[in-house]
Unconditional design. Structure first.
Length: 402
């Protein structure tokens, strides 16, 4: 089977996903076009070599609808011949887009593809695309539907993570992200987003709060008490897990992922494609996997899919040098650390979504790029990237430097 290599990647900075965020004036198309143009300009490839553009987008409605990948490929001047496809697996959409693009190469059907993702959460609100899962009793009842924040608190309660535990993790994420930016670890991969006059609107992640400490987080009230207690979702959680007598609410805005805007692109190709571009690959895709997990806990999919992808790659946990586990909520990563007894120094070493934000459809591709950059910086060989997913799923990818 042909191998799929990563030749390069870029991402935008993450802008606060609010009307006063720096990227609010930029459309979803504008964000996606920015990264497609940037990776084309950096790598200097002839766009006639591109066989497909695959972009994740979690809420593909309104300006983000109608196959944003095809629209962005046209807007980025890739040529009429370059197709595009938008995919949605909730928070793992960006990583799955990379996996889909790699699979096309590994199947021998394509030579050069772009995978990535985009989300403008300030312009297209989270949940704007709707869906049966939260509202149709035929699925909501049997799957014990509850908001993700309540599920995160259920995980913390079930597995014994205190408010101090989740807050301490959040402080660490902020500190690591601040260090990464101050040391220039992202400088070669983050491309500024510009307005129509070419003026940079944003050139670094906007959501970070480097001064965050335990005292400032202690002042924040838990975010999901009302929906849990008054909304009845605590009762749903206890019905699903009767051993939990009471859901202890520990998550708030400071230890949960930030709502942000952003986009990312990863250039993937075969050996022949690399020769045609006169470029050497930076890494290869060793394996990827998807899995369904228990829908009430919902956010424990990274544990399950890590076992699956390691088995597929015929690797052991000790063979992985670095991990990127999306910080949807602090308890997600704490559970991962608990389940595998992994050295915390190997996980999210440059911070994560708690500090920098989680632009849903783009995050997975961003994490893959962060992992690759850190492998090169630290002189390491392998990385595993994984994300939890709504409705109880997990996606994971293993990459290896070449």
């Amino acid at each position: 089977m042909p191998e799929a290599f990563i030749y390069d990647h870029v991402r935008t900075p993450r802008g606060r996903g609010k009307p006063d965020g720096a990227l609010h004036e930029v459309s979803t198309l504008g964000l996606a076009t920015t990264v497609l143009r940037a990776i084309k300009d950096r790598c200097g490839f002839d766009t006639h070599l591109i066989d497909d553009v695959v972009l994740g987008c979690v809420d593909p409605v309104g300006e983000a609808g109608g196959d944003i990948a095809r629209a962005a490929a046209l807007a980025a001047d890739y040529g009429n011949h370059v197709p595009g496809i938008q995919i949605n697996r909730f928070c793992a959409s960006g990583l799955d887009a990379v996996n889909f693009a790699a699979a096309q190469v590994m199947a021998g059907q394509h030579e050069l593809t772009v995978g990535g993702g985009v989300e403008s959460m300030s312009r297209v609100g989270i949940g704007a695309s709707g869906g049966a899962w939260p509202v149709d009793p035929a699925i909501a009842i049997k799957s014990y539907f509850m908001p993700q924040g309540v599920s995160a608190d259920l995980i913390a309660t079930k597995y014994g993570f205190s408010r101090d535990d989740v807050d301490h993790f959040a402080v660490t994420s902020q500190q690591r992200a601040a260090t990464a930016w101050s040391e220039g670890r992202f400088k070669n991969s983050v491309v500024p987003v510009r307005d129509i006059n070419g003026i940079a609107l944003l050139d670094r992640d906007e959501h970070m709060r480097p001064s965050t400490d335990m005292q400032s987080l202690a002042a924040l009230k838990p975010s999901f008490v009302m929906m849990g207690e008054q909304g009845g979702f605590d009762a749903v959680a206890i019905d699903a897990y009767p051993e939990v007598e009471r859901v202890v609410h520990v998550h708030h805005a400071g230890n949960s992922s930030g709502i942000v805007d952003g986009a990312a692109a990863v250039l993937i190709g075969s050996t022949d494609a690399g020769e045609a571009m006169a470029r050497k690959p930076r890494a290869k895709i060793r394996a990827f996997a998807n899995i369904g997990s228990e829908p009430a806990l919902m956010l424990t999919g990274p544990v399950d899919v890590t076992k699956k992808v390691l088995a597929r790659a015929k690797m052991a946990l000790a063979d992985i040098d670095l991990f990127e586990v999306n910080e949807a909520f602090a308890s997600v990563v704490l559970r991962y650390l608990q389940a595998f007894d992994v050295d915390a120094a190997k996980i999210n070493v440059n911070g994560g979504a708690i500090a920098m934000g989680h632009p849903l459809g783009a995050t997975g591709a961003m994490l893959l790029g962060t992992a690759l950059d850190e492998l090169e910086r630290a002189g390491k060989a392998t990385a595993l990237v994984t994300l939890c997913i709504g409705a109880g799923m997990g996606t994971a990818t293993i990459i290896e430097r070449v």
